[in-house]
Design a protein around this ligand. Sequence first.
Ligand code: FE2
Length: 199
Amino acid sequence: MDLVKRFRIDQTYSISSFERHNEFKISLLNLFKTINHSSKMIDNYYTEKITKYDWPEKNNSDREWVKLIAPALCEKLIPMINKNGFDQFDITSIWFQQYHRGDSHGWHIHSDNLAGIYFLELPSTVPPTQFVNPINLKSIINTEVKEGDVLLFPSNIIHRAPLMTTDERRTIISFNVKLGNLCNWVLDNLNNPSKKREY
Ligand SMILES: [Fe+2]
């Protein structure tokens, strides 16, 4: 007998173009050139092969590239977080990842409330981030992202960066977000359901 019943609840993810992408792209890529961490874990169920990343430094806010992008990224995130119903948030960790041919990041989840990805380099031949449908835990959802986009999604959504099969490069900045207070408009909606805000 199945003692666990699952009930369906909708989840959302958000995509928004970072207006200042061209202002930061080259400077960030130049700063990444000086970093030489990589990752290679391969077994029957999980593959993580990333040519360059700085995951081990993810909590270090003194990195030059973090100091460069953090203020603008936080500014970018404010309306995205608000749209999700929250008016306070913290970026609890942030790191970059560069993928070349043969690289991939297998199915995984993040900590905290939301996971974010800023697509610093995403040539059209490179596959987008993929989600697992949380309802059936089987079908795959391709996100419709392009270079310069910021993607925000619930941290428990299983996702991956598919295998790179081109000679172009994929560079992302990934981060985790801890949410704070609800926005007043959400509380208004809940307290005055007849005045519900359009989604
Ligand atoms: Fe991830």
